[in-house]
Write a protein that binds this ligand. Sequence first.
Ligand SMILES: NC(=O)c1ccc[n+]([C@@H]2O[C@H](COP(=O)([O-])OP(=O)(O)OC[C@H]3O[C@@H](n4cnc5c(N)ncnc54)[C@H](O)[C@@H]3O)[C@@H](O)[C@H]2O)c1
Length: 358
Amino acid sequence: MGEALKVGVVGCGIGRQHLDAYRSLPGLFEVVALCDVDEAKAREVAATYGVGRVLTDLGALCELDDLDVVDVCTPPYLHAAQTLQALGAGKHVICEKPLAGSLEDADRVAAAEKRSGRRVMPIFQYRFGHGIQKLRLLVERGIAGRAYLTTVETAWRRRPAYYAVPWRSRWATELGGPVVNLAVHGHDLVYYLLGPAKSVSAHLGTLVNPVETEDCAAVSVEMADGSLCTLAVTTGSAHEISRHRFCFAGLSAESNTEPYRSSHDPWTFTGDTPAIDDRIREALAAFEPRPEGFAGQFSRYHQALQSGAELPVTLADARAALELITAIYHSARTRAPVQLPLDVTHPLYGGWQLPGRS
Ligand SMILES: NC(=O)c1ccc[n+]([C@@H]2O[C@H](COP(=O)([O-])OP(=O)(O)OC[C@H]3O[C@@H](n4cnc5c(N)ncnc54)[C@H](O)[C@@H]3O)[C@@H](O)[C@H]2O)c1
């Protein structure tokens, strides 16, 4: 199993769910410090989780010798700079989404990681739900043929109270709207299964709340494998759902629609013939459940760090997600399809954000 990795969590919002996951993997991780600019909050969380040290400054956290991993759970605009700071201090980094606000910053982080000899793992914990893992198994076993059409709906509900947190919905601090911070999980699952996009056409609207960014999106995608995909996003759905439908030659797969657990069981897998249904049943009988969500990502991370294998989510995965986001904004603004991949010459390489009101 190897030694427990010593972790410092920065940011006590979603950081609490990371703490729950570390606590569920006691032989693999030990959270030795919490860091938050809100000291009272950090102290309360530290007391709840029995964490010994509380700091209010990332620089001080990075100076701790008995610390292997800095886990960045702060608001989006801080992620790239804090990741670079922790790497510079010789720590491994886990970073919440989005990794950065531009392809340029993502490339900067990748270059710094290479120089540092440490590893950076972006968060995409939806990948480890049992539903999507079962579909991966069916694809790996060749039971799913070529992909035809994928549809992803992220129809969530956000009302003014959600935006009371000052960093939300501002270009400068959230870095984008639900395309960047909410639907990104569902969109990542498409890449996880099928690989990257080749061409993107998008329409964006601000229809639900008086925010700087988009809050609705309709996106049409041609994948590099030749299949087609639609991505639908809104924060205005009275009934919240997430839904993923993958239509392959030979089988279709449909997720459950629980908004924040759609990659978990139950999924429905339907073969095109009774013989394919038999193959699906046989393959799924051999499915070995592993931890899901954050615990699923962290347990695989520990294993990969020990063995030197590829991390369960890589910087290339985060860059691909940021490339799709860049293409969506560019297509919506130019009212034209955008061809991928995007490099340093793209006009939005340095970021897609517009000047904000604040
Ligand atoms: N993976 C997921 O499912 C998921 C879910 C929710 C949020 N997130 C992501 O997590 C990040 C944080 O979101 P949240 O909802 O927890 O926000 P939040 O505002 O609830 O929590 C952020 C915390 O960071 C602290 N903080 C701010 N600046 C800091 C600094 N310089 N140093 C140390 N601490 C600082 C704040 O005081 C706050 O406690 C966002 O990027 C968000 O997109 C991911």
